[in-house]
Design a protein around this ligand. Sequence first.
Ligand SMILES: Cc1cc2nc3c(=O)[nH]c(=O)nc-3n(C[C@H](O)[C@H](O)[C@H](O)COP(=O)(O)OP(=O)(O)OC[C@H]3O[C@@H](n4cnc5c(N)ncnc54)[C@H](O)[C@@H]3O)c2cc1C
Length: 386
Amino acid sequence: MTHPQHDAVIVGAGPAGLAAALALRHAGLDAICVGPAPAPGRPDRRTTALLHGSVRFLTGLGVWERLRPHAAPLAALRLIDRTGRLFRAPDTAFEASEIGQEAFGYNIPNAILTATLFDALGTGFVPSTGVSGIQQDGAGARLALADGHEVSARLVVGADGRQSFCREAAGIGTRSWAYDQTATVCDFAHGRPHGGACTEFHYSGGPFTVVPLPGGNSSLVWVERPAEAAALAALGDAEFAAAIAARLDGLLGEITEVGPRSSFPLSGLIAKKLTAERLALVGEAGHVMPPIGAQGLNLGFRDVADLARCIAGATDPGAPDVLAAYEAARRGDVLTRTLAADLLNRTLTSGLLPLQLARGAGLMALSLAGPLRRAAMRRGMAAAGA
Ligand SMILES: Cc1cc2nc3c(=O)[nH]c(=O)nc-3n(C[C@H](O)[C@H](O)[C@H](O)COP(=O)(O)OP(=O)(O)OC[C@H]3O[C@@H](n4cnc5c(N)ncnc54)[C@H](O)[C@@H]3O)c2cc1C
């Protein structure tokens, strides 16, 4: 190949891809992001609980000040067992103030997060309906865009989501599995203040989580068996508000308004490798997990931060030693987080007594022992550092 046009091409303009393009440009690379632009007409109705490390990462990218007014601090996390199982875990509460922090993180609508990253990237974005071909040779990779154009770079960053074309084109295998669960998400307004507390109710169909939003509203992630989720989708707004109120049992007072709903069938995936010749995967191209414990995109941002760190100072961002360092840096975090979210989710849905017992005992220890709980919070915050 003649000299590649760019240092890096990031494929996919989701939050992980946009953050990767910004991070690599901040590191001084000539990096562009290609893919369909985030469409205002098809908003992502999810919100993301950004943990401490992600906030630091976004601060480093220079976008946090713009995001902060749209984000609600998460001052407390409550876990409430409603599985009705033989071994019920005790209610467990974590307060950020217990470890001298104002908040564990901040909850922000995905649509605002993505639009802000997109604006910050400016001319670093090349709109395209998609990348349809990748050809590597020693010095770089050539990408065919669906509109007939071509771009080349020394490194391709696959940030093209769970069905990643980049991953498939590189022949990277996956371990993937489906859950018999669907998440329903929406925002809602309520009469009683949330007080900055995120509450995760554990039901046998999956977690039912309410997360603070600014303006006294909250976002909901309601995970259920698919048939139950379909029944929820068929409810009118007033009936759906009543269903939320019944689950919350007065926690947030009267539900005064519910926003439009979206559904997400749940699945899990781990890519067998995060790298191939001239390619690194970030975000859901490399790992997918159920929405329990707010891990997915936080893990994706840690991918990006580690990739930028491995590239810093390298003369060739797609060189084998850079990619080997990235693979080594990410493997453990990706495996442990994805499998932990999977296990925690299965302890809710499984009728197996040993699993229920293990979960109950773990939460019991955390709820009773202050030092253990504080150590777990500090560890959680340190591990979430990007
Ligand atoms: C209900 C729910 C709640 C969640 N809550 C949280 C939470 O609180 N905290 C948290 O950390 N995580 C959470 N997650 C996970 C989080 O939403 C995902 O990790 C995140 O959205 C994935 O971002 P991404 O950029 O990797 O992928 P995506 O957002 O899927 O972006 C992929 C992009 O690639 C583009 N693309 C695809 N193919 C091509 C191609 N061939 N060429 C070019 N572009 C292409 C797509 O158009 C898209 O723009 C939640 C997930 C769910 C389902």
